[in-house]
Design a protein around this ligand. Structure first.
Ligand code: GUN
Length: 286
């Protein structure tokens, strides 16, 4: 293996230490940072993510609320719960786990969350602020990726960044953050004609498509920083990323593993956004 491993668990531990101190300072002032999580349906992956998010809150000395609804829940029930959480001064962050069951208009649900409590950064107001270069809440996965790049002092000014995947959750906000940091950014997607042509030019390659091992070593520029956002479950039950780790690690300069790469960082930045929301509400960090 020639690539250096960028370990998301190790970096998360460092950041969560600092977050726990910020949470403790808030608690000392009578404000316990609280995240409310809503899950509708029985998607097994979503259930695991929600459990991990709630557990991470508890470990950081924060409070969490969890509302779980059956897959056939009436959207009106969820809207009414969001309104209640918006009005609750003891709740600082609200997260509705995606994807939602088919009877939901997901964007309408995200817009129903108060922008001040939108710790996912998915509300149009927060996306608009990010686009304008004045972010309020940065979506957790791209935020975590930026922290990973920062931790290794990866040079971003003038670098070629290629993102594979154009989702609202990862691809698009990732592009905005890398652009703001001075990268020349290309977003590739399912209709991109010659994917390898683009990926081979990337100094920073972010894979976020949800297709197991689709980025192989031959598609990577020697020495590139490769960030694997994919979490795919194989038939044998094992997890793998969108990058074929075995071939990619021989070519890349820095690479994130799956599991233990971007995944834990997403949760860490969710905690960071929730603490940030609580600090803003209570008049700032002391
Ligand atoms: N589903 C997959 N990733 C995410 C995320 O970051 N936030 C929410 N709310 N749902 C998701």
């Amino acid at each position: 293996m020639s690539a250096q491993l960028l370990d998301g668990n190790a970096l998360s531990a460092i950041i969560r230490n600092d977050l726990a101190a910020r949470a403790a300072a808030l608690v000392a002032r009578g404000v316990t940072p609280c995240l409310a999580v809503i899950l509708a349906g029985e998607d097994p992956a979503s259930s695991v993510y929600v459990r991990n998010k709630v557990n991470a809150c508890e470990k950081a000395g924060m409070r969490s609320l969890k509302d779980i609804y059956p897959a056939d829940v009436d959207p009106a029930v969820v809207f009414s719960r969001i309104a209640e959480l918006n009005a609750d001064p003891e709740v600082h962050g609200i997260l509705v786990q995606l994807p939602l069951p088919k009877q939901f208009d997901s964007q309408a649900v995200l817009e129903a969350i108060s922008p001040e409590k939108d710790v996912d950064g998915f509300h149009a107001e927060n996306i608009g602020a990010l686009m304008q270069g004045t972010p309020r809440f940065i979506p957790c996965t791209p935020y975590g990726v930026m922290e990973m790049l920062k931790s290794r002092k990866v040079s971003l000014k003038g670098a070629e960044a290629v993102i594979v995947g154009r989702s609202n959750i990862v691809g698009k906000p990732m592009a905005m953050l890398l652009l703001a940091a001075g990268c020349t950014v290309t977003i590739c997607h399912s209709q991109t004609r010659d994917l390898a042509f683009h990926t081979r030019r990337a100094d920073i390659l972010v894979a976020a498509v949800g297709r197991p091992k689709m980025i192989v070593g031959a598609m990577i520029k020697p020495g590139a920083t490769v960030i694997d956002v994919g979490i795919n479950r194989l038939a044998d039950g094992k997890l793998c990323g969108d990058v074929d780790f075995e071939s990619a690690k021989e070519v890349a300069g820095i690479i994130t593993p799956v599991p233990g790469g971007v995944g834990p960082m997403t949760i860490t930045m969710l905690l960071a956004n929730t603490i940030e929301a609580a600090e803003r509400r209570s008049g700032g960090q002391e």
